[in-house]
Design a protein around this ligand. Structure first.
Ligand code: NAP
Ligand code: HSE
Length: 330
């Protein structure tokens, strides 16, 4: 392999970042074959240099709390810090310096996607975020590429892993809501601020990104009619059980008007579903999305909606895809 290594900067080494770093080491030869050149991890940015890390020994020396120089020297920057700042500034800096970027940060893309895409276009670099929406499940690629010749009329589903885990555990095992939330946290499913999951803010960001990708419309976070699951009571779960139903947090987006001039409505809310409904079967941290399109009909896709290694799969997919698109001499 004669192409020079691609210098990869990793911002964040938590649930997802640590899994990405580990898999970059474990699969280095496989990923180099797939990307057409070695992927060289040049540094890992964290907040707290002395915190415990689940990293291969050879990567411990890559940790830094100074992202600037690392970003400036990278060919690809992977952002897995979460939050809006400094993630936004660092990705803008990376793209202005000619680096491609990959992120799993749905809040950043839902709120600042237009700005980031404009800078990516201006500088001719890639901006990919498959992991931001439904983690391991490649739903953005399906909407953006596979169905690009069709007319999508609606997208709906379970797009948040932690709340599905909580709703499923409370319904099936009888643990309390609080215990189920604590277990979701221990599995790495919750956002740094769990309110984002429990109040439907995370799901709202994902349905905004899906709608923008499907219809090219300028919808934003405030366009989502949103209710989370924190207000559910024991009586709600008992009522669901008594009537043979389950509660699921469903995000939906539907189009009215003509395909070229769509009007789009968005909602996130807990919904009662019969036990045999396909969404009712989704267990634990699983997610499922149904896309309705005029010619394709109903397309169903499901899989892991959260988790470090599961999300890392989508991040590495974006990284390999960007490496393949990048000129070999760069
Ligand atoms: P996390 O466990 O909280 O890890 C965040 C990492 O970023 C930590 O290593 C932290 O450093 C570092 N960090 C945060 N702010 C920083 C700052 N200002 N400067 C330097 N480093 C900073 O988060 P995560 O669960 O891996 O999630 C990361 C991103 O992936 C988020 O955008 C999340 O929405 C998205 N995502 C997560 C999942 C999932 O299942 N967890 C799935 C899909 C998408 P320290 O370790 O020193 O604190
Ligand atoms: N907190 C998110 C969830 C992580 O529970 O779905 C995956 O985006």
């Amino acid at each position: 392999m004669s192409a020079p290594p691609l210098r990869v900067a990793l911002l964040g080494c938590g649930t997802v970042g640590a899994a990405v770093a580990r898999l970059l080491a474990e699969r280095s030869e496989l990923l180099a074959d797939r990307a057409g050149r070695p992927l060289h991890l040049s540094g890992i940015v964290v907040r707290n240099l002395s915190g415990p890390r689940d990293l291969p020994a050879e990567q411990a020396g890559l940790l830094t709390d100074e992202p600037g120089a690392l970003v400036d020297g990278a060919d690809v920057v992977i952002e897995l810090m979460g939050g809006i700042e400094p993630a936004r500034e660092l990705l803008l800096r990376a793209m202005r310096g000619g680096a491609d970027v990959v992120t799993a940060n749905k809040q950043l893309i839902a709120r600042h996607g237009d700005e980031l895409h404009a800078v990516a276009r201006e500088h001719g670099v890639g901006l990919d975020y498959e992991a931001a929406v439904v983690a391991a499940v490649p739903v953005l690629r399906v909407v953006r590429e596979s169905l690009a010749g069709d007319e999508i009329t609606s997208i709906s589903g379970i797009v948040n892993g932690s709340t599905n885990y909580v709703l499923d555990l409370v319904a099936r095992t009888g643990v309390t809501f609080e215990e189920a939330v604590a277990k979701a946290g221990a599995l790495g499913y919750l956002e740094a601020d769990p309110t984002e999951d429990l109040e439907g803010i995370d799901a709202a960001a994902k349905i905004v990104i899906l709608a923008r990708t499907a219809w090219g419309v300028g919808v934003g976070f405030d366009d989502v009619h949103r209710t989370g699951i924190s207000g559910l009571t024991d009586a709600d779960f008992e009522q669901a059980r008594g009537t043979g139903q389950v509660i699921k947090l469903i995000a939906s987006a539907w189009r009215s008007g003509q395909a070229r001039h769509p009007r789009v409505e968005l909602a996130v809310r807990p919904v009662l579903l019969a036990q045999d409904h396909p969404f009712a079967q989704i267990r634990e941290g699983g997610n499922a999305v149904v896309i309705e399109a005029t010619s394709a009909g109903r397309v169903r896709i499901h899989g892991a909606g959260a988790g470090g290694e599961e999300t890392a799969s989508a991040v590495l997919g974006d990284l390999v895809a960007l490496a393949r698109r990048r000129p070999a001499q760069a």
